[in-house]
Design a binder for this molecule. Structure first.
Ligand code: CA
Length: 490
């Protein structure tokens, strides 16, 4: 059974602490269109309080319940609203995926005076100094929570390093006294254990115990169904196999998990999958870069090679393809936006083939007000087609040209995709059982194809465009459902 996930947030959502209510209100329509998984942003209090997107995590136990970092609510609302939104998703048979940020902590309550070595940012195995006196923000006592749910106090011994010395008021990479970056992480910059804030030390047993305790608490409180794991390339790769196993045993369920391992190198991703015992799927970052490159290269890109060197090709059962996300959108840290003219092509490539769990980005589905980005045309229709028509086990591929490629998903409700990054083109398919049928292009209702008495049809697309054909009666059904959705989403 294949799934369709939506990442239901983008970086610049309004700071109106209303998003959990938005999720609750939208759940019915999302399910009607065909989504059965929703990835929600980190729900806990970040150092930026009501304006933190969620990745500057301060207190994992504060889901918008305690007066900490200026407010009770988070950017998205209160704990009560979060839980109600999850319940509403469940009512509509949508699995809820929690965003789990374990790599770092930010916004400590107190400083500590310790010894540390300064480290070379571009070669993390190289110390620039010996042990020196520093003052670091590493003590988390959570005074607003007063020990509720957990009385665990984080101090410097729970971390490997940080990037600020309060004694000299300077930003520098520090590795703490007698500590060592984990070996089981990405080798970028020599060792990529450190990204930001206070880097959590997964070799400390009390830290690991606390993260297990928190996992049980989070499952119990929220009834979440799966996990999106932040920054796994900077976390000891031996941590998640055990943690996920414990969570899955608790729920007696093979809970879905997808890791964010930000690398365009498919071998690195496959290596990580194997080191972490295939305990999670990974976002297909190489495919994202291919889609971006294709969109910025126009007809210079070889479309027949779009899946070469991607996780979708090498490890299809462990790949979560996506087009863009909150980091790749305009203005963000990893900006690598797939150009608008290619978005339809890109979504057809991930949604209308045999991917087990592609992920649609909120910024493409709803739009991004901050950058005047409109919803991607045809995206709702594609999700509907994936859910209601697509037979992914019956693909006939025609990825045989530098510019014009296509495929047919056969079966009782065939779907035919033809796209080009150059001049107009066409592909012919024989669709047995669908003789003398009328096929309509979802992007242009006037573009119709008639298959002959043997089921043969020639399906075309215009210069630089993507066409998706379905049978006339399926098209009618789709319009009813998608129209219903549009008229009710205001
Ligand atoms: Ca780390």
């Amino acid at each position: 059974m294949n799934n369709t996930m939506i990442q239901y947030f983008e970086w610049y959502l309004p700071e109106d602490h209303f998003h959990w209510n938005r999720v609750k209100n939208d759940a019915h329509n999302l399910s009607r269109v065909g989504f059965d998984r929703i990835w929600l942003p980190p729900a806990y209090k970040g150092q930026g309080g009501p304006s933190d997107v969620g990745y500057g995590v301060y207190d994992l136990y504060d889901l918008g319940e305690f007066d900490q970092k200026k407010t009770v609510w988070t950017k998205y609302g209160t704990k009560e609203e979060y839980i109600k939104a999850i319940e509403e998703c469940h009512r509509h048979k949508i699995e809820v995926i929690g965003d789990i940020v374990f790599n770092h902590r930010m916004g400590a309550d107190e400083t500590e005076k310790i010894k540390a070595r300064e480290i070379n940012w571009s070669d993390r195995d190289q110390a620039l100094t010996g042990e020196e006196d520093v003052e670091v923000w590493t003590r988390f006592t959570f005074p607003g929570r007063k020990g509720k749910y957990s009385d665990f106090i984080w101090d410097w011994s729970c971390f490997t390093g940080t990037d600020y010395d309060a004694r000299t008021k300077t930003t520098k990479l520090l590795e703490f006294n007698a500590k060592k970056w984990s070996e089981n992480v990405s080798q970028e910059e020599g060792n990529y254990d450190y990204i930001m804030g206070d880097d959590v030390d997964f070799s400390v047993p009390k830290v690991v115990e606390e993260l297990y305790r928190w996992g049980h608490w989070y499952l119990d409180q929220t009834k979440i169904d799966g996990f999106r794991l932040d920054a796994v390339k900077s976390i000891d790769d031996q941590f998640f196999p055990g943690w996920l196993n414990e969570m899955r045993q608790t729920r007696q369920d093979n809970m879905f998990a997808v890791g964010e391992y930000w690398s365009g190198n498919v071998e690195e991703l496959v290596h990580y999958l194997s080191e972490s015992q295939y305990c999670m799927t990974l976002f297909d970052v190489p495919l994202h870069f291919h889609l971006r490159d294709a969109s910025t290269s126009y007809d210079r890109y070889d479309m027949s090679k779009i899946f070469e060197g991607t996780l979708t090709k090498e490890e299809p059962q462990s790949a979560v393809p996506f087009v863009d996300n909150h980091d790749t959108q305009p203005g963000q840290a990893l900006e690598s936006w797939v150009e608008d003219w290619f978005k339809g092509h890109a979504y057809a490539l991930i949604l209308l083939r045999d991917a087990v769990c592609p992920c649609v980005f909120y910024g493409d589905y709803v739009g991004i007000e901050h950058d005047q980005k409109k919803p991607v045309a045809g995206l709702k229709e594609m999700v509907w087609i994936r859910h209601h028509l697509l037979d992914a086990e019956n693909l006939e591929d025609c990825l045989d040209d530098r510019h014009c490629i296509g495929w047919a998903a056969k079966g009782p409700h065939p779907v035919i995709v033809v796209m080009t990054n150059g001049l107009s083109g066409s592909k012919s398919f024989c669709l047995k059982g669908h003789e003398n049928a009328v096929w309509i292009d979802i992007f242009d209702e006037n573009n119709k194809v008639l298959s002959d008495a043997n089921g043969n049809g020639t399906f075309s697309c215009k210069d630089g465009q993507c066409s998706i054909y379905i049978k006339e009666e399926d098209h009618r059904r789709m319009k009813e459902d998608v129209y219903y959705e549009s008229s009710n989403c205001q």
